[in-house]
Design a protein around this ligand. Structure first.
Ligand SMILES: Cc1ncc(COP(=O)(O)O)c(C=O)c1O
Length: 426
């Protein structure tokens, strides 16, 4: 193993990080190569800086005029230069500040700086590389984003253990989570995604506190847990009983055997899906600065060895957006627009029969899902395609409707067609 990795591992051998890292995570470090040497040179080489693989002219990165004309408000350094591996420091500080504003429970927590990733998928993938070994178990409720399967089972050969998402009374099934956790003694990874894809469900305040209590109970008996909070749809909460803070807020301060990580980003929250900027924020009770720095270096190693660094253009554009006094108003207007679509869908469903299509409980996010007769998922999807309507068949008895992607005045027609088609097929 590289001596730099050995030194990092020594610093965290008695902490939760040491107990959770995968073999790859143990091997990770941030090399003192080109990136580290050129960042040293950026501070000290005031005569000639001949380090980095970028072309400069008059101390500015070269840029094609045809490109610069498209982005007049950005200097070439902001548009085409490489970004630091962990992300632009100002953007990291800004995201951290916004995290605390959106999650007031973090106010007195010594929150470490978020690390920039190329979107949330990349963030989750980096976490899986760092923490999941081939035979490790990842616990996920049985309604989950399909890409997790690709990342966990196919990419890392980890073992997915799922539990029923809902209770019989249509709440989040904390008892089932408790039971699955009870089967493990040393290490598990738990993946939670709220607002959820595909169901559009987020826990109520009461469920969020029971969930935290259950995880703490298992931490108390010595189970080491990495809890990944995929907060892709954070902020789209439409009912007053729903927990509007991330579960990261309580879990990061819950127990020394719980390492919580918030994977989030601008993708859905700031309506910038293709700009590819996400964040990983680590938190664990009583974890010290030195340990967070080790985690940061290992995460930087995983980034450097996969995508190297994240679009500087996207990061700098978002920095300018966050400095714009109109940002908050514009963002909230978009959220309210989705809220109105949610309310419209609720009103439409209130008038429909529940025989062929059973809506699963939903209260947040971009989606809602129907349970349908087993075997009908693909048939319904195909029949709707014939009518020029696209929906997702999550599996043979669940279909997902993205109300976020259909204008409010079109929703009634969309649902009428879905219901009529489902009736015809059943
Ligand atoms: C739960 C969940 N996580 C992550 C993502 C993807 O995020 P990103 O585009 O930032 O990789 C999605 C997008 O569909 C999602 O539904």
């Amino acid at each position: 193993m590289n001596p730099l990795a050995v030194a990092l591992n020594k610093q965290i051998e008695s902490s939760i990080i040491g107990r959770l890292l995968s073999d790859m995570g143990s091997r990770m470090f941030f090399p003192k190569g080109i990136v580290a040497q050129s960042s040293e040179a950026a501070k000290r080489a005031d005569r000639f800086n001949a380090t980095v693989g970028m072309a400069y002219s008059q101390k500015k990165p070269m840029i094609l005029d045809s490109l610069q004309r498209l982005i007049p408000s950005l200097a070439s350094k902001e548009a085409v230069a490489y970004a630091p591996t962990a992300g632009q420091p100002v953007l990291r500080e800004t995201w951290k500040k916004m995290l605390v504003e959106k999650n007031p429970t973090l106010k007195n927590f010594n929150l470490y700086l978020p690390i920039v990733t190329a979107g949330i998928t990349h963030g989750v993938s980096v976490l899986i590389d760092l923490f999941a070994n081939e035979s490790d178990t990842v616990i996920i409720p049985d309604m989950y984003w399909g890409n997790y399967r690709l990342m966990l089972s196919e990419r890392r050969k980890a073992k997915i253990e799922s539990f029923p998402f809902y209770t019989e009374s249509d709440g989040f099934n904390i008892t089932a989570l408790d039971t699955v956790l009870g089967r493990h003694t040393e290490k598990v990874i738990v993946m939670l995604n709220f607002p959820n894809n595909p169901t559009g469900y987020s826990p109520t305040l009461e469920e969020a506190s029971s969930l935290t209590a259950v995880l703490k109970k298992h931490a108390d008996r010595g189970l080491n847990m990495l809890v990944i909070l995929d907060d892709a749809y954070f902020g789209f909460f439409y009912e007053k009983e729903v927990m509007t803070e991330s579960l990261f807020a309580p879990l990061s301060q819950a127990h020394k055997n719980i390492l919580a990580v918030k994977a989030d980003g601008i993708t859905k929250e700031d309506f910038a899906w293709g700009l590819r900027v996400g964040f990983l924020t680590y938190g664990s009770k009583n974890m010290c600065q030195e340990e967070y720095e080790v985690l940061e270096k290992k995460t930087m190693g995983a980034i450097r060895s996969s995508v190297s660094n994240i679009s500087n253009l996207s990061q700098n554009l978002m920095m300018k957006v966050y400095n714009d006094p109109k940002y908050m108003t514009e963002q909230q207007e978009h959220v309210r627009l989705l809220q109105r679509r949610y309310e419209r869908v609720r009103a439409i469903l209130a008038d429909k029969p529940t025989t062929t299509l059973t809506p699963l409980p939903f209260n947040s996010g971009y989606f809602m899902a129907f349970r349908i007769r087993a075997g009908l998922g693909e048939a319904l999807r195909n029949a709707l395609l014939e009518k020029g309507i696209g929906i997702i068949a999550v599996n043979d008895d669940i279909v997902r409707i993205s109300f976020a992607s259909v204008d409010e005045d079109q929703l009634a027609k969309l649902y009428d067609d879905i219901y009529a088609t489902a009736e015809r097929l059943s």
